[in-house]
Design a protein around this ligand. Structure first.
Ligand SMILES: [Zn+2]
Ligand SMILES: [Zn+2]
Length: 255
């Protein structure tokens, strides 16, 4: 299983240009922020499944553009997986014919270009040998993290989140987890804003993951533009034992 980082920034204009979008092999996306724009039309048409962590615009803007771009260029619908709450939010606020057309009935309800696949957080969905398990996280209603794995191993993508002790407890039962991609949006000086907006700052992240094995690598994403260096140096100063690394657009990993 291959993972490619198409977008991992917490906003635009910083060192990393594109917002959240990860590609698993050729056919799966995790979130569909502006990172999706690095794919050409043939690559876009091969995306069969999109797993959305939550309804924020920096994670779904590219979903609206994807289904428009691939209409008539692929057979069958793109399946969009998310919790019931997230799908309700996207139907009401984005695919509502005001902000964007409802592509679940285009070109027809019988043969649409996109199809909703709601799940209950905790469910595992199998896509061609790859298993994607969702875990509820604290951020917005219905927000989830994804544990993506196959026989040999896998990774966790936290989506945007703040303190969720149950997530780390659940992960300690998995033996194939080697990498965690986790939100750390703000520096410690903005701890209050981080908590209020449902994100981690270095200290709250270090505290939350204190019980996780040292062998698991934590890859930091969603850094706010212009504050990348401060956040990373606060993480390294705050924890001598964990080699935190900032994720970059274009990074690739094989599991
Ligand atoms: Zn968010
Ligand atoms: Zn975000």
């Amino acid at each position: 299983m291959k993972l490619k980082v198409l977008g991992c920034a917490g906003g635009i204009g910083g060192e990393q240009r594109y917002t959240t979008c990860f590609q698993v092999d050729r056919d799966i996306l995790l979130d569909a922020g502006t990172g999706i724009t690095s794919l050409d039309i043939d690559e876009l048409a091969r995306i069969d499944h999109v797993f959305i962590t939550h309804s924020h615009l920096d994670h779904v803007a590219g979903l609206a553009l994807l289904v428009d771009a691939v209409r008539g260029k692929r057979r069958g619908a793109v399946t969009v997986h998310a919790s019931e709450q997230v799908i309700s939010a996207l139907k009401a606020t984005l695919f509502n014919w005001v902000l964007w057309p409802d592509f679940s009935v285009i070109p027809s309800a019988e043969d649409p270009v996109m199809r909703w696949a709601p799940f209950t957080p905790g469910d595992t969905i199998e896509v061609g040998g790859r298993e994607i398990t969702s875990f509820p996280v604290k951020h917005t209603p219905g927000a989830v993290a994804y544990w993506v794995h196959e026989r040999k191993g896998g990774f966790l993508f936290s989506g945007d989140m703040c303190s969720t002790p149950d997530l780390w407890t659940a992960l300690q039962r998995t033996d194939k987890l080697s990498k965690v991609i986790v939100d750390c949006s703000f520096p410690n000086a903005e701890a209050e804003l981080a908590a209020k907006s449902g994100h981690f700052c270095p200290q709250s992240l270090i505290d939350d993951i204190a019980g996780m094995p040292a062998a698991i690598e934590f890859l930091i994403y969603h850094l706010k533009p212009g504050q990348e260096h401060m956040i990373m140096s606060e993480l390294r100063e705050g924890s001598a034992t964990r080699p935190f690394r900032a994720l970059k657009c274009g990074d690739e990993f094989v599991f």
